[in-house]
Design a protein around this ligand. Structure first.
Ligand code: HEM
Ligand code: HEM
Length: 172
């Protein structure tokens, strides 16, 4: 089952969700650069992929939004909290867009160029102050997204283990 139905999320939505969840958690490891200036295993093996994985997320989130917009239906939410759920999911989407966009602007604004998976997308050059200014929102948005994702995971586990409903099941 590829598309979403009223009972559960389809396989493509689930692939997007879990594939991107892994990549976003990987990206969050960039916070570990704050420990010993990244001079440790995480900082030297996983974090150097930051720009490449972030660029991949930028492509994936565009594809995911197009896919989401094409879904005619999807699992229903409890009407009492449906608005909050929609707002929370919207903010997660906003974070998935804003993180890579501000990341790219950090690189371009600083004149560092942009290379992903060895492919040069923009050469080193002059600093672009406005891009640097917008790019400086990358870190604050990362903190907000970390809190949103932690809350999202907490709510999913609350549904599964405390309320014992099918909310986690329909995304598995
Ligand atoms: C969903 C995608 C992304 C996530 C979740 C993410 C997350 C993060 C996090 C958590 C930090 C550490 C912030 C801190 O310690 O205060 C960071 C820093 C950084 N990221 Fe990203 N990032 C993403 C995409 C990108 C992309 C696409 C680029 C570049 C093309 C990029 C470039 C940078 C740079 C240069 C830094 C260090 C400077 C700074 O903190 O602003 N990021 N990112
Ligand atoms: C790490 C980054 C994550 C992001 C950015 C994220 C984002 C989202 C978004 C936007 C949705 C709405 C459905 C959609 O459009 O695809 C969703 C649904 C869902 N997520 Fe996540 N998610 C993440 C991780 C997780 C994790 C680790 C869990 C499990 C512990 C989880 C459990 C769920 C569940 C159960 C739903 C369905 C909720 C419902 O039907 O109301 N998510 N997620």
């Amino acid at each position: 089952m590829r598309g979403d139905t009223a009972e559960r999320y389809g396989s493509i939505t689930r692939w997007f969700h879990w594939g991107m969840a892994v990549l976003i958690i990987w990206q969050m490891l960039k916070f570990f650069d704050r420990i010993s200036e990244g001079e440790h295993w995480v900082g030297q093996t996983l974090v150097p992929w930051h720009v490449s994985i972030g660029s991949l997320i930028l492509i994936l989130v565009i594809a995911r939004i197009i896919w989401k917009a094409r879904q005619q239906t999807g699992p229903a939410h409890d009407p009492a909290t449906a608005f909050l759920v929609k707002a929370g999911h919207f903010l997660l989407y906003a974070g998935m867009v804003l993180m890579p966009v501000t990341g790219v602007l950090t690189m371009l604004g600083g004149g560092y160029g942009w290379t992903a998976f060895g492919i040069q997308l923009a050469a080193r050059g002059e600093k672009v102050p406005w891009m640097g200014t917008v790019g400086s929102l990358h870190s604050p948005i990362a903190w907000i997204m970390l809190i949103l994702v932690a809350g999202h995971i907490g709510i999913a586990l609350f549904h599964h283990f405390i309320k014992k409903d099918d909310v986690l099941q329909r995304m598995l």
